[in-house]
Design a protein around this ligand. Structure first.
Ligand SMILES: CC(C)(COP(=O)(O)OP(=O)(O)OC[C@H]1O[C@@H](n2cnc3c(N)ncnc32)[C@H](O)[C@@H]1OP(=O)(O)O)[C@@H](O)C(=O)NCCC(=O)NCCS
Length: 225
């Protein structure tokens, strides 16, 4: 029996797809790439805006600009960890950022306990959160997602999911077997993480983070790769 000539020609021209494109690298409106020096001011501002309630509680409304400057200078002091920071671009415009940390990575050299611009209480509060939600007890094979955020004007377009996909693909390449993150229990982002396959592995109540950022209840969420 003769085969259908249309089917035959289509099969002849269509390439066989053996590999999915890496997340955030395919053609389309969305790209995820490593942080570059010129992204720092945008990322610092977006980070503070995305977690504005936390920053306002910690340093006060009048010091929000100082907090943005402090984030920018902290990022600028850490060029050797830039390969762990990623930015998402939507139609070529910066729209999101995240940091990933692998088991065995050295601490972020840019973070520091006291910053005179933030005041004694402001810097102590931010330091306190940093200490509670840190990654000092990471397990072998773990990859920790930190500070994931999307600019308010770009939320709900799948950018958060694309960054999670990118984190997981980088982690697999690095040989990691476990993804983890911390999230405020009332944060809507919990839905996103659950859809992405993360489960709640720890339900924590830390009064010191209430003192620091007005929230004591956190989930640790994890996903096996
Ligand atoms: C969480 C966040 C990174 C998701 O990015 P996104 O591009 O909007 O995500 P996607 O479009 O891929 O997925 C949409 C999901 O994101 C989450 N989301 C959307 N807007 C959100 C917001 N303002 N705050 C928290 N989560 C939000 C929800 O889970 C949403 O799913 P739902 O509509 O079913 O509830 C982004 O909303 C954000 O920056 N929020 C503020 C900072 C933050 O809370 N970061 C997480 C810290 S653990």
């Amino acid at each position: 029996m003769e085969s259908d000539p249309d089917t035959q020609s289509a099969a002849a021209v269509l390439p066989v797809l053996t590999e999915q494109p890496a997340p955030g690298t395919a053609e389309g409106p969305l790209q995820v790439r490593n942080l570059e020096a010129e992204d720092i001011d945008f990322v610092a501002r977006m980070l503070v805006e995305a977690f504005r309630d936390k920053f306002e509680f910690a340093v006060g409304k009048s010091r929000i600009e100082a907090a943005i400057q402090q984030q920018a200078s902290s990022l600028s002091r850490s060029p050797n960890i830039w390969h762990r920071y990623y930015v998402a671009l939507y139609e070529g415009k910066l729209a999101g950022a995240m940091c990933i940390v692998f088991y065995g990575d050295s601490a972020d050299e840019g973070s520091q306990c006291c910053d005179s611009q933030l005041g004694y209480y402001g810097s102590t509060r931010l330091w306190c959160v940093h200490c509670c939600l840190d990654n000092s007890d990471m397990r072998r094979g773990e990859c920790y997602i930190d500070r994931i955020c999307v600019d308010a004007g770009y939320r709900g377009k799948g950018i958060g999911k694309a960054m999670l996909d990118k984190a997981e693909s980088e982690a697999r390449e690095h040989g990691s077997t476990l993804m983890s993150l911390w999230v405020k229990q009332t944060n809507r982002a919990v839905h996103l993480y659950e859809r992405q396959g993360y489960n709640i592995s720890m339900n924590c109540c830390w009064p010191c983070t209430w003192f620091a950022v007005g929230n004591a209840r956190w989930y640790q969420m994890e996903k096996q790769l």
